[in-house]
Design a protein around this ligand. Structure first.
Ligand SMILES: [Zn+2]
Length: 221
């Protein structure tokens, strides 16, 4: 399936691309999976103004508002979003050198598609947000030809990959290379997460196994 089809297969979204929000187009076959975030906004209105700020060099392939509606902040879903920053080196993710240093890291902006719920660290994802997110990830799985059995390792949280590094943490060299740079999408309390990845993966699995689910309708043969 041609990569360009994915934007048409996914449920519709608003598009917000009015600044430098993206890297190159990455073929779906070169993605390891989907990385989940919350954007740390205090309200959906706040999230939107933040996305519009030209100085804000952060973007997501899709963001999910509290009511479940979607926004794309890259020209297409196939462009690399600026969502992950410096992450762990792992198989399936290109290794890069941090500008001006010998520090090497996993370039998760291209390794993963970046999806975010608009929420802050003390919030809880809403049901419509989780639902939209699960549907879209299931569509990505189908388009990429990924197995439902891969749900656990292809759906990851930013906190499980983002590492301390010389650029973001110049005064803490002892932490470079270690996890802990980001807390999203879990938040402060792992027992009460903003986004429960287990619940999200279960939702994605349900859509992938249930051929009466919405993600199976209107699919080109
Ligand atoms: Zn994040």
């Amino acid at each position: 399936m041609a990569d360009t089809v994915l934007d048409q297969l996914l449920p519709r979204c608003d598009v917000l691309v009015d600044r430098d929000t993206h890297g190159p187009i990455v073929p779906l076959s070169a993605r390891r999976g989907v990385m989940v975030h919350f954007d740390d906004s205090s309200s959906d209105r706040g999230a939107l103004s933040w996305f519009r700020d030209p100085a804000f060099r952060l973007s997501y392939n899709r963001a999910y508002r509290d009511d479940g509606t979607r926004i794309r902040i890259t020209p297409s879903i196939h462009h690399a979003a600026y969502h992950a920053g410096v992450c762990l080196i792992e198989r399936g993710v290109p290794t890069q050198a941090l500008n001006g240093t010998n520090f090497r890291y996993g370039g998760a902006n291209t390794g993963y598609i970046g999806f975010a719920v608009t929420a802050a660290a003390h919030d809880r994802v809403t049901e419509p947000q989780l639902e939209s997110l699960a549907i879209d990830i299931a569509v990505v799985f189908r388009a990429a030809g990924w197995s439902p059995e891969d749900v656990d390792y292809r759906i990851v949280g930013h906190d499980s990959r983002a590492i301390f590094n010389p650029r973001d943490n110049p005064t803490e060299p002892s932490l470079w290379g270690q996890l802990g740079r980001k807390i999203d999408p879990t938040g402060f309390d792992p027992d009460n997460p903003v986004v429960d990845l287990g619940q999200l993966r279960e939702g994605v699995r349900t859509y992938l196994y249930d051929t009466t689910a919405p993600v199976w309708h209107g699919w080109p043969s």
